[in-house]
Design a protein around this ligand. Structure first.
Ligand SMILES: Cc1cc2nc3c(=O)[nH]c(=O)nc-3n(C[C@H](O)[C@H](O)[C@H](O)COP(=O)(O)OP(=O)(O)OC[C@H]3O[C@@H](n4cnc5c(N)ncnc54)[C@H](O)[C@@H]3O)c2cc1C
Length: 407
């Protein structure tokens, strides 16, 4: 057999797993249906913990260093300076450049790369056979499923895919100087007039901005019209984007994309593991997925290197995903998403305003809110916040808080 491992999907999860395995001397084939410079709809916001895993990308990959972030509610705003003291000095990237950088590094370590090659089916019976569209087949001892928010291949490994929700995004160009003047910081809008099931973002690039909107609903219908209305009519967003020009990428300017909503019960089986968004490893409150893709890749590589690929042996990988990514982090971001999303617009805005009033009034809440923008695990946000729910009850009333936390 030519390969120890075949990795399907060359996003951050797949290429980082491949890189780590090649560093351990394994023979790896990395397959993607697109080319490495493909455009991936993504804000490209990455916090320090990502950089700790992969290192600082070179200047030509880094669009912007994050120095400050601002959260807008309907009536208020809150800015956090990003310093090492709150554990954050992130960057913003274009994903085609960042993903290419990782794939190039994997290739330099000896990973064989197959681009523009769509995997059509997978068979596992003591060994792995991966078949491409067109019929070409490859064999290996192990499969790494890294195909992102696509549900087509899960059926071949007998795993139910995660649920997905909807997002839409766009790249805009701005005249020189205007990005610094108007933004120079990621900006997030949690405003009931926009949506009560997600948020709108503006992430500055070098010469423009990435804007987008995610909504935890499976109903994609009407999302484009809603997105355009927000850009044209929202009092702050419409002003900030004045004079911007749509960037066309492969003839398109608007990109709809699915985002996984829930992590799976297990991320392994006989002769396979799932990494990144293919396993639903993503923060369901914020949609942050790059860190979880990279960290699950590192965890998977540590288990794969032991050389045992039975379902029982690979079970250690699922255990690691739970202990390192879910039990203190993703479990709590999912709880917070349940608490925050899906209220009526007026109540949504009351919650957000109450949170920001408490941030102004109470030093401890301010620290908790600041850490929401940092690299901390969500258990370190949820639990301290819950210990302060008496303060929230004073703002929202007991019934209001019960309405939030009993969901
Ligand atoms: C609009 C939007 C904005 C986002 N913003 C951010 C952000 O700012 N920060 C952040 O951390 N996260 C963000 N995310 C989430 C983040 O993009 C993902 O969680 C992350 O890309 C997951 O990495 P991955 O490697 O698991 O999957 P992906 O990056 O999706 O890579 C999967 C790869 O698999 C390939 N593939 C799929 N099917 C096949 C097949 N059949 N055969 C061969 N190849 C296949 C695809 O071509 C793709 O290259 C955003 C997501 C969206 C949609």
């Amino acid at each position: 057999m030519k390969y120890d491992t075949i990795v399907v999907g060359a996003g951050p999860a797949g290429s980082f797993t491949a890189l780590k395995l090649a560093e351990q001397g394994l023979n790896v084939l990395l397959i993607d249906k697109q080319s490495r410079d493909r455009y991936k709809p993504c804000g490209g916001g990455m916090c320090t913990r990502c950089l700790k895993l992969v290192g600082e990308p070179p200047d030509e990959v880094t669009e912007r260093k994050v120095t400050k972030e601002t959260l807008y509610t309907k009536n208020k705003s809150f800015s956090v300076s990003c310093s090492e003291s709150i554990g954050k000095k992130g960057i913003v990237v274009y994903r085609n450049k960042f993903d290419s950088w990782l794939i190039d590094r994997a290739e330099a370590k000896g990973v064989e790369i197959l681009e523009k090659s769509k995997v059509d089916s997978i068979k596992i019976n003591g060994k792995v056979t991966v078949k491409l569209e067109g019929g070409k087949e490859f064999e290996s001892n192990l499969l790494v499923g890294a195909w992102g928010a696509s549900s087509y291949l899960h059926k071949f490994i007998n795993v139910a895919p995660p649920k997905y929700y909807t997002s839409i995004s766009q790249e805009l160009k701005l005249p020189p100087g205007l990005v610094e003047e108007r933004f120079n910081e990621p900006e997030i809008f949690w405003d009931g007039n926009i949506t009560t099931n997600g948020y709108f973002w503006i992430f500055p690039r070098k010469e423009g901005v990435n804007i987008g909107y995610m909504e935890q609903t499976t109903k994609a219908k009407g999302i484009k019209e809603k997105f355009i209305k927000i850009i044209q009519n929202h009092p702050i967003i419409s002003q900030k984007l004045k004079g911007s020009e749509e960037m066309k990428i492969n003839g398109r300017s608007l990109f709809g994309h699915r985002i996984a909503e829930n992590y799976l019960d297990r991320f392994h089986g006989d002769h396979f593991v799932l990494v990144g968004e293919a396993g639903g490893l993503i923060n369901s409150l914020t949609g942050e997925g790059i860190y979880y893709a990279l960290k699950s890749a590192e965890l998977a590589a540590s288990i794969i290197s032991e050389g045992e690929y039975s379902e029982k042996s690979l079970g250690r990988y699922t255990e690691l995903c739970y202990s390192e990514l879910i039990d203190n982090d993703l479990k709590y971001s999912a709880k917070m998403a349940k608490m925050m999303f899906g209220h009526k617009p007026q109540f949504h805005d009351r919650i957000m305003d109450a949170m920001l009033e408490l941030t102004e009034e109470n030093g401890e809440i301010k620290k908790i809110m600041e850490s929401m923008f940092s690299s901390v695990e969500y258990g370190q946000i949820y639990n301290p916040l819950m210990s302060k729910k008496g303060l929230l009850i004073r703002k929202l009333g007991l019934l209001g808080v019960m309405k939030m936390i009993s969901r």
